[in-house]
Design a protein around this ligand. Structure first.
Ligand code: NI
Length: 140
């Protein structure tokens, strides 16, 4: 049955540096260019969280979604250096990885099957999105 979705927009500002210890300094520069600058740089990230409206979300309302995103995503990342976050201990802070990290944080704490998609706007021209596989949970 066709289902409507609702998307909420959130923002946070964070620093990062594209770098991996698995490559030499020269190789890092070749792959990541100026995003490998040792001093890092920042982005005004926009996060778009899409959930199924209606039945699957049950009585879960958008105020609760705001609260969850605020506590788990905004407070965690806003004005921090993403490279220092444990989620990126072994992961480069690319938009692709960031959008997956956000999905993995939110999916287990939202009503089962509710989360449809996460999008991250990193720059004017870069948008990343991920619609991961919902975890299998019993009883919710
Ligand atoms: Ni960047």
């Amino acid at each position: 049955m066709p289902q409507t979705h609702v998307t909420k927009r959130y923002r946070f500002c964070a620093a990062h540096r594209l770098h991996t210890d698995q490559l030499s300094p020269e190789e890092n520069w070749a792959v990541f260019g100026k995003c490998n600058n040792p001093n890092g740089h920042g982005h005004n990230y926009v996060v778009l969280v899409t959930v199924e409206s209606g039945a699957a979300m049950g009585r879960y309302d958008l105020d609760q979604l705001d609260r969850v995103v605020s506590e788990r995503i905004i407070e965690r990342f806003d004005h921090f250096d993403l490279n220092c976050d444990p989620a990126f201990a072994n992961l480069t802070t690319t938009g692709e990885n960031l959008v997956k990290v956000i999905w993995d944080i939110l999916e287990p704490v939202l009503p089962s099957g509710g989360l449809q998609k996460v999008g991250v706007i990193e720059t004017r021209d870069n948008y990343f999105e991920y619609a991961g596989v919902a975890s299998t949970r019993r009883g919710t």
